[in-house]
Design a protein around this ligand. Structure first.
Ligand code: NAD
Ligand code: DAU
Length: 360
């Protein structure tokens, strides 16, 4: 039985079993964020015998309401902690002795990284190294870093990045993710740790913080507020439903060859202006809500990754059609307006106001 003294430290369950012989114990970092919360639900649904620890600092982007559907599951516990703090990281490994680590925790928003790069280095770089150090000590079976297609930098039309392409990050966020990837490489090459990196394109779906473009368009449109589109709106991104991303991480965790990097994407490339118009049409809102605003400094024109490797070697392919996924996401935000009100807090608005990008 686990005994806990500090209520601020987390929501603990006496029934949570740490006996290694029962089944796998999975440490998820950043599980209160958008993709992490979806991933925890996915794992508990698909591996009902696994035990999952959600280790999260609860920054502005971490919201335990994202776990409300599974918080009473006896195989799930939350532990509050900072990956950049060695003591917190030591505690979580010692307490739970996990088999696997799936590492989502990060500062994830490019605009914020332009304003304050330091916290991106602390969390995304130092935090990753702390997790790797204790993973080595605890002989973790597999450590998966959730990285991003942004590490490739902007990609010319006609090309889709493959895993062996050079990393050429152009903003503090993507540079910090590239640095984290190099630390993963070192853990494998120098210390023989079993690792993978997943490089996904832009995700969309439920629980995404409305500073990101798709939920921002939906949430602003719901309130008939202007939709800020950076520059000329011709920058393009490709979009993957978060559920498809979770399935990709599952196959990499269980079947990925140690030391390998896997791109993950669906073929849904669209310019930001076309995306905004598509969503407004679906919502029956006027297109003149769109407002062209000051561009993001260093704004990458285009991301595109080739996901043939994960398809050919591990059998993963995306299942969710973009229009269906968008319809479902719009409905989710319309139904969960309380969730939206909750997250659009003072902290979010402060950042929005200070943000260089988007302010004319
Ligand atoms: P998010 O911002 O929604 O969530 C990040 C989570 O990490 C939050 O719960 C936050 O509280 C937690 N966190 C932040 N700093 C922490 C720290 N120091 N210690 C512990 N927890 C901390 O992010 P997301 O969009 O869910 O992205 C998750 C991961 O996926 C990130 O690593 C990101 O780089 C990567 N990624 C995201 C996308 C996307 O489209 N959202 C695409 C590719 C890769
Ligand atoms: O490509 C994967 C990356 O996708 C992840 O690694 C990041 O964590 C995630 O935040 C996302 O980064 P982007 O910068 O691509 O996402 P964002 O939603 O911020 O912006 C998407 C595009 O929309 C980008 O070209 C900038 C533009 N944009 C964004 C915002 C917030 C606007 O035009 N207006 C806006 O208000």
């Amino acid at each position: 039985m686990i005994e806990y003294v500090d209520e601020d430290f987390g929501f603990f369950k006496e029934e949570f079993k740490t006996d290694k012989n029962l089944s796998k114990i999975l440490l998820v970092t950043g599980g209160a964020g958008f993709i992490g919360a979806n991933f925890i639900s996915y794992i508990l649904d698909n591996y009902p015998e696994y035990r999952v620890i959600n280790f999260d600092k609860l920054t502005y982007a971490g919201n335990l309401n994202n776990l409300s559907l599974i918080e009473n599951n006896p195989n799930y516990v939350f532990m509050k902690g900072d990956i950049a703090n060695k003591k917190d990281v030591k505690n979580v490994y010692e307490e739970f002795n996990p088999d696997f680590v799936v590492h989502f925790a990060a500062e994830s928003h490019v605009d914020r990284s332009i304003i304050n790069p330091d916290i991106f280095l602390e969390t995304n770089v130092i935090g990753t190294q702390n997790l790797l150090n204790f993973a080595r000590e605890h002989k973790i079976e597999k450590f998966v870093l959730i990285s991003t297609d942004e590490v490739y930098g902007s990609v010319e039309k006609g090309h889709s990045s493959i895993e062996t392409d050079r990393m050429e990050p152009n903003n503090p966020y993507s540079a910090s993710k590239a640095a984290a990837e190099f630390l993963i490489r070192v853990a494998h090459q120098t210390y023989g740790q079993r690792v993978n990196v997943v490089r996904s394109c832009n995700n969309y779906g439920r629980y995404q913080f409305p500073e990101k473009i798709i939920p921002k368009i939906i949430c602003n449109a719901m309130q008939d507020k202007p939709i800020p589109i950076y520059g000329d709106g011709k920058n393009s991104r490709s979009w993957l439903n978060v559920k498809d991303h979770c399935a990709a991480i599952d196959v990499v965790l269980h079947s990925g060859k140690s030391g390998e990097i896997y791109n993950v994407a669906a073929k849904n490339e669209i310019s930001n202006i076309d995306l905004a118009e598509k969503i407004l049409k679906k919502m029956g809102k006027p297109l003149d809500l769109i407002e062209f605003v000051f561009d993001r400094p260093g704004h990458d024109k285009r991301y595109s990754v080739n996901a043939n490797k994960i398809h050919n070697q591990l059998g993963w392919s995306p299942k969710i059609n973009f229009d269906d996924g968008l319809d479902e996401t719009i409905s989710w935000y319309l139904i969960h307006q309380d969730w939206v009100k909750d997250v659009i807090s003072g902290e979010y608005m402060n950042c929005y106001q200070k943000n260089g990008a988007g302010i004319k």
